[in-house]
Structure formats: C-alpha cells, structure tokens
Design a protein around this ligand. Structure first.
Ligand SMILES: [Zn+2]
Length: 431
C-alpha cells in the first residue's frame, strides 16, 4: 500500500532497456522544472574495464549532467542507465575492505541502540547488504538479522553467518523478508539509497517491512559535502540522486515518514545518516532542525551550485597547470587507487597514459590487469609504486589523503604526492 497521497508522474524505467532514460521530470516530486547545473561530458560506465592488451573497441558512454529540481531541491543526474550495464555480476566492491566503513557501521549500531532503545529481539534488515559487514554488528549484539543483496556478495555473507537473500530489492524481496522473518524494528540502507531508480517503489517496499515502531536508517553521500569539498568526481551514473536533508525530508514525507534524527558522518568523503519513523511515532531530535537550518543558512542552493560548477572547471585548469609544470620534463606520474570516482576525474580532466602511466591497486583487487574506463591507463599491482618510484603519485582516493600519505611513505614510497581536489596541490616528502 502507498503510504501517502502521492500523485507523481514517474519516469519510465531504464532497467531492462539495455540503454538509458533521459530525466525530464524530477525523480522524486515529478516536476518538469529542472535546472541544468553542471555538465561533465560523456563518461564510460565505471565498472566496465577492459583487460590490458585488448584493443580499445566500441564502448558506451553517457552524458553526465547534474540537474536541480526547483520544486523539491533534489539534485539529480540527467540520465538513468540500465543497472544491468552499471552493475555487472562481477561488480568489484566489498564494503568490508574499507576501514572507515567498518568503523562507521559499528558506530551506527551503538548509536541506533542508544537512540532507539533497541533490545535484542528486534529484527534488523539491511537493503543492499553487500558482504554483511553492517549486519554483523547487529548480529554480534544479539539481533536477528536479514540482508538483501543482488550480487554474489550474498554468498560471502551467508558463509559468515549473516542471513542474506540474494535478490534485487523491491516489493517481492520485502514481502519475502516479512514472510520469513517478520516485521523489522530497523531497516538500514547505506550507500544504495541514491543508486536505485524508481525511488518511490523502494521507499514503499522499505515501509512495508517496518513494524509500527520501526525506524528506517539511511546513509547517503551528502550534497553539501559534495559542494563544499568539490567532490564532482562522485558524479557518475551509479549515483542517481545527491541528497540534502531538505530534499530527503521531502521524499520521506511523501511516504508518511518523519525524519527524527540526522547527522553528518565521514564515509565517502562526507555523508549523512538519517533516521525516519512513521509520522508522530517518535520524538524528533533537535539535530533535524539544526541541519535543515544549516542548509538554509548556506544560501540559495541554485547560487551554491553555480559557484560549484565554476570551481569545478577552474580545478581542472589548475590541475593541468600543476601537471604541466612537472611532467613536461619527463617526470613520471602514477595514480594510487582505482575507486569508481577515479574514472570521473581521469575522464573529465582528460588524463591518459602519456600523462598518467599507470594506476596502482592492491594486489587482490579485481581491477588489477584492466584498463581504467575510457582510457588505456593500466591498473597494476601496487608493488610497482615502490619498485619504480615514480616522481609523483596522484591520490585518486584524495578524500582519504591524510590517511594514505603516511601509509605509502612508511611502505617506502619516496616521491611527491599530488592531491587533485578540492585544490590541486603537491606534497613533497622530506628527504
Ligand atoms: Zn523535485
């Protein structure tokens, strides 16, 4: 059952088309009044990587345009690509491998337990549960848990004892969870809530799993952090929507949900964790109004986005200037890390192998042995950084630069670091 009086004309779905759908109406409120705020050109899918040595051949690429809805303030991508193209079955991502994420999930379990007064009997469901890292915290605290995960990561989760349905999330998966496990006390969705098209069906399905006193906790990359620290590199086709608390509140209200707590968290270079309950079911924490006020006090979003677009373009020129001065005499530059965001940066800035000779990754990564999307820059074992000692190392996971630099230095890298964003800069190591 729909939770509200919603009368929105929704977009046609991209899933199953083998192609894409142009966003000509807001994904949340349905308004056609969309303002173009940034265009990064055409980008290849970030997880389609060709094997090193294969000749480049025809490959799709999609326009990366950011739109702002004048009615609900949602910032969203202007094109939705069929998820079958973006999320191949071998999708190489494991949440358990990132320290910041592991710590964040442990902290979420502690916060939720204290804030909601959870006892051990309450079912916790995670949507897009990956390898079960988040649920593992609730399981360890004694809760029954259930994950829903479409990729092979579901097997890994089940092997470690975290019950997981291998399925795309939607009404049928939600019905199965309720039939097999009962209503949920908590439903979590971290870093998936911006990724799935047909957002109203997703929220409906989440609400259908919640018990009367159930709470939905979402974590999403935060639009304001994106603007503040110039994270245009998080714009790629997996990220359909970039939420502020203002726009997220608008969406949740359409489904009879009320935001009861919100806070900023450090994951992915700046995210928000938002708790929502049925209208009037729980006390609203002062954190909610505080964050909404902060967003309003930052000035009109249209103006902030205009300034953002200008800074993005300028940062490209500055990175070019910084690299030109150093690489023109034959200095070598390797990239460090091949996260999805690296693909946007490399393609938007226009780097290829004459400028960026290689990108290094941990040996176990599925990306080693492949080319960066849209280029012939090889991704190679990180040992090459220490053996070949290029003069410069471009930190493509620049949002964790402070954590990375001492680690790479301790392991023997002696060259200089290039941090591309928010302001391109070179950090020379002391001899
Ligand atoms: Zn809208």
């Amino acid at each position: 059952m729909r939770g509200s009086d919603r009368t929105v004309t929704e977009l046609p779905r991209a899933a199953g088309t083998g192609g894409s759908v142009v966003v000509d109406r807001c994904q949340v409120c349905g308004a056609a009044d969309l303002e173009s705020v940034l265009f990064l050109g055409f980008l290849p899918p970030v997880n389609q990587m060709r094997t090193i040595g294969a000749r480049p051949h025809e490959q799709p690429s999609y326009p990366a345009e950011l739109l702002r809805c004048r009615q609900c303030e949602l910032v969203q991508l202007g094109l939705i690509v069929d998820p079958a193209i973006l999320f191949p079955p071998e999708y190489p991502y494991t949440s358990g491998t990132t320290r910041i994420l592991r710590e964040n999930f442990a902290e979420m379990q502690r916060e939720a337990t204290a804030l909601l007064g959870l006892d051990r009997t309450g079912l916790v469901v995670d949507v897009g549960s990956n390898d079960g890292t988040l649920l593992e915290n609730f399981r360890a605290a004694g809760h029954p848990v259930c994950g829903v995960e479409p990729t092979l990561m579901a097997n890994l989760a089940n092997e470690r004892g975290v019950r997981t349905l291998m399925s795309f999330f939607g009404a049928p998966a939600a019905a199965r969870v309720v039939a097999e496990c009962g209503p949920a006390r908590v439903v979590t969705a971290t870093n998936v809530f911006a990724h799935i098209e047909g957002v109203h069906d997703i929220v409906d399905a989440i609400v259908s799993m919640l018990g009367e006193d159930g709470v939905f906790i979402s974590e999403s990359h935060y639009l304001i952090a994106l603007i503040e620290t110039l994270q245009y590199d998080t714009i790629y086709h997996e990220h359909l929507r970039h939420y502020s608390l203002t726009s997220l509140t608008y969406l949740l209200q359409m489904h009879g949900l009320e935001v009861i707590h919100a806070k900023r968290i450090p994951t992915h270079g700046g995210s928000i964790r938002v708790y929502a309950a049925r209208n009037g079911a729980r006390r609203v924490e002062p954190s909610v109004q505080r964050m909404l006020d902060e967003e309003r006090n930052g000035g009109p979003l249209a103006d902030r986005l205009k300034a953002f677009a200008h800074r993005v373009a300028r940062s490209k020129l500055e990175l070019h200037a910084l690299l030109r001065d150093r690489l023109v005499n034959g200095a070598r530059l390797f990239g460090v890390g091949a996260p999805s965001r690296a693909s946007t940066l490399i393609n938007y800035v226009g780097l290829d192998r004459e400028l960026l000779q290689a990108v290094v990754e941990v040996r176990a990564s599925h990306k080693v042995g492949k080319y960066m999307p849209g280029t012939v820059i090889p991704v190679i074992d990180e040992a090459a950084l220490f053996e070949q000692q290029p003069e410069y190392a471009l930190l493509l996971s620049w949002h964790i630069a402070e954590e990375l630099m001492p680690k790479l230095a301790a392991r023997g890298y002696k060259g200089s670091f290039v941090v591309p964003l928010p302001e391109p800069r070179v950090i020379r190591q002391k001899a």
